[in-house]
Design a protein around this ligand. Structure first.
Ligand code: SF4
Length: 236
């Protein structure tokens, strides 16, 4: 079973019970907010270190293991210290960032916040997203890219064209951190079908079981560390 749980989706999107956050969610938000403030000149480079250190100290949730927390803290500092931020973001002419988009896929209302829409020196018109996870590969890449394909719907409505590339920036990667994937209209169509089918499956409550009926919720990383229903789920 891949990451995620249909019951968690049901609780979140049908019952509107958003549950609780986790360390990784807080970390991602801190990274996004830091970039946002830099772009808006609300934060200067000499204050980044303090901003991040203070932000992480105030996290409501701790990393699952101390060594993991140390590694996450080091990697976010490294991204801003070693020139990666400058080198990557100097290539973007930003058109918008973190703007709310509400749009329809069939009868499904979708809301999202594309991290960045920009003209890139090398990749043309792009939708870019920052991910503090490990670099996506294979099926996980294809699955997660659907989020950026969905964003291409309101972006086309606004700018009159689809992006040339979808871009991921993985600040925690050592070495290359920016990866561009050519936009393919067939993949957008497949994404729309997937959204309509998945929402129907969740709403009809058929053909799926809560994740913790299939795995040991006390040992499963998703159920134990990430799931926003992990503290009060009847199935755990
Ligand atoms: S605790 Fe387990 S069953 Fe419950 S929502 Fe989370 S992953 Fe799903």
């Amino acid at each position: 079973m891949g990451e995620g749980c249909y019951w968690n989706w049901y609780k979140t999107y049908i019952e509107h019970d958003r549950g609780i956050n986790n360390y990784f969610g807080l970390y991602g938000t801190l990274f996004h907010e830091t970039i946002e403030k830099l772009m808006k000149n609300e934060l200067f480079e000499w204050d980044i270190k303090q901003e991040i250190t203070t932000g992480m100290r105030n996290f409501e949730f701790k990393a699952p293991f101390p060594a993991m927390g140390k590694s996450y803290e080091e990697s976010i500092h490294r991204f801003f210290d070693d020139g990666s931020y400058e080198q990557i973001f100097s290539q973007y002419k930003v058109l918008e960032s973190e703007e709310e988009k509400i749009f329809d896929v069939g009868n499904v209302k979708v809301k999202g916040f594309p991290d960045l829409v920009a003209n890139h020196d090398k990749y043309g018109f792009v939708i870019a997203d920052y991910k503090t996870a490990k670099k996506y590969e294979g099926d996980k890449l294809d699955h997660n890219l659907m989020q950026l394909y969905l964003y291409s719907i309101p972006i086309k409505e606004k700018y009159g064209k689809y992006p040339d590339h979808l871009v991921y920036i993985f600040p925690r990667e050592k070495g290359q951190k920016e990866f561009a994937y050519p936009f393919e209209i067939e993949k957008l169509e497949r994404t729309k079908e997937w959204v309509i089918d998945t929402v129907a499956k969740i709403e009809q409550h058929t053909d799926w079981k809560p994740r913790c009926e299939m795995v040991d919720g006390k040992r499963d990383f998703f159920a134990n560390q990430l799931c926003n229903s992990r503290c009060n789920c009847i199935y755990k």
